[in-house]
Design a protein around this ligand. Structure first.
Ligand SMILES: *Cc1c(COP(=O)(O)O)cnc(C)c1O
Length: 382
């Protein structure tokens, strides 16, 4: 299959880089690189009808993905269901409430989308060693995709990362180092050692293709809603790659004429114990300050500093969205709400979006008639 990738472009200063060699961040300004495609050509030739005969997996959007078919490393990245949360919606006075349930993906979280893409691209580029700092699920996803591709993986994560993540990395043969610190400390170690060790850093948004995998959440959502977007997306935000990816993906869909100008309002949910994006949004700052003493039961949200902070904040502001923080206590309560009302088990991060609903409705940020989509980014893990 023909590849429509054109080049990589800095998301901040627009400097252009070739995609034929491994790239991390912009050499000039250190910001994330985005894959750019020949969208004009795709607009002339690619139609939604072409998807009909394709399997229900994220690879159905391959024209807007960076990998050649031969190099795809796949564990069966199924399209995830968009579930009408009718009972919970009725309880909250929000009849058009939907949940995109990402827990069905390989390794039990939506991190599979990004790492399927990054590992496939690493295989295509002949990369021989991968390294990642992770708060949990990204490590699990990298470990199994790297094992499947036969590429050694070096994992750096906090000592108090959930046991599920530590064990799955070990079981899939990754080299695991536990760090007495946070994901940002793990990131520093990877950055310091990668040149000597010959590792390619697949830290989120410091590698250009994980975000390409995550944008497929937005493609699926658009397709499932008949190429119309909902009024509101509520997303549990750590590194923010999901928001940044969907925002980018929607722009691409508009450029090829599949959707119109309307965008959902993006609402980022963080934990009160680690809410750098919420703070920056409230203070109307273009970027976030590092959060001190980050603490929350939602390990995926325990990201004190995100390299894509300015991109997350941009998507929230341009979409007329918002950013809110919820307590661990509220997250714990919400973890019961969704299973009892809808039979959907959630991770703490997914539960955070449920916890945010009540205050968002009470503050009038969400109106009762609106169509709202929550992202349950992963399944429950003991
Ligand atoms: C990583 C993670 C998040 C945060 O995702 P970003 O797109 O990086 O903001 C949310 N939920 C779960 C379950 C995660 O593993």
């Amino acid at each position: 299959m023909k590849n429509y990738l054109r080049h990589l472009e800095c998301s901040s200063c627009n400097e252009v880089y070739p995609y034929e060699i491994p790239q991390n961040v912009c050499h000039s300004c250190g910001k994330p690189l985005f894959a750019r495609y020949t969208l004009g050509q795709l607009a002339d030739t690619w139609r939604p009808e072409h998807l009909q005969s394709r399997p229900p997996s994220l690879w159905r959007y391959r024209e807007l993905l960076p990998v050649c078919d031969d190099n795809i490393v796949s564990l069966g990245e199924t399209m995830t269901p968009l579930i009408h949360a009718k009972k919970l919606g009725d309880q909250l006075g929000l009849p058009k409430l939907w949940i995109k349930d990402e827990s069905r993906l390989p390794t039990g979280s939506f991190k599979a989308r990004g790492l399927a893409m990054a590992v496939s691209k690493a295989k295509e580029l002949g990369i021989s060693k991968l390294a990642i700092p992770s708060a949990g699920n990204a490590a699990t996803a990298l470990s199994v995709y790297a094992a499947c591709a036969g590429i050694p993986a070096h994992i750096f994560m906090p000592t108090d990362t959930p046991a599920f993540n530590r064990e799955t990395c070990r079981l899939s043969g990754a080299n695991v180092t536990l760090i007495d610190g946070l994901i940002t400390d793990a990131g520093k170690i990877v950055a310091e050692r990668k040149t000597d060790e010959g590792w390619f850093n697949v830290s989120t948004l410091k590698e250009p293709y994980r975000v390409e995998g995550k944008k497929t959440m937005g493609f699926e959502l658009a397709e499932q809603l008949g190429w119309k977007l909902p009024d509101v997306i509520i997303y549990p935000t750590g590194g923010g790659t999901g928001i940044v990816g969907m925002w980018k993906g929607f722009a691409e869909l508009e450029a090829i004429g599949w959707i119109g100008k309307k965008r959902p309002r993006f609402i980022a949910v963080q934990a009160t114990g680690c809410a750098p994006i919420v703070k920056a949004w409230e203070e109307e700052k273009p970027a976030a300050e590092p959060w001190q003493d980050a603490q929350t039961i939602a390990s995926g949200l325990r990201v004190p500093q995100a390299i894509g902070d300015f991109l997350i904040l941009d998507a929230i502001r341009k979409s007329n969205g918002a950013a809110v923080a919820v307590t661990d206590n509220a997250i714990g309560q919400a973890m019961q709400l969704l299973p009892t009302a809808e039979g959907i088990l959630t991770c703490p991060e997914g539960a955070a979006t449920v916890a945010a609903l009540k205050p968002l409705i009470a503050n009038g940020i969400i109106k009762p008639t609106e169509q709202v989509v929550l992202f349950n980014t992963g399944g429950y893990q003991a």
